[in-house]
Ligand binder design. Structure first.
Ligand SMILES: [Zn+2]
Length: 83
């Protein structure tokens, strides 16, 4: 995955989703990052979660949220981007 800082992702996401409230999104991402650090697992397959997807959608891994296997071009928050 492509590492990105929380602030950069919030800026990027809110530019393409003007209805999103930056401070609320940031809070959800921080929670998802904390969950991932604590070993939270996907609702469906028990793999480690995708923090960004878990903040904007629901708690799951990249494949279960997006239905795609290739995560190489998608973002993950830098401090939990270890795969
Ligand atoms: Zn999964």
């Amino acid at each position: 995955m492509v590492p990105i800082s929380i602030d950069s992702f919030v800026n990027k996401h809110c530019k393409s989703n003007p209805a999103e409230e930056p401070s609320k999104l940031k809070k959800r991402i921080k929670e998802a990052v904390k969950d991932k650090k604590n070993g939270a697992s996907c609702f469906n397959c028990n793999q480690e979660i995708w923090a960004i997807g878990s903040a904007v959608a629901y708690q799951g891994c990249f494949s279960c949220i997006t239905g795609e296997a290739d995560a190489s071009e998608d973002y993950e928050i830098d401090e939990v981007c270890w795969s």
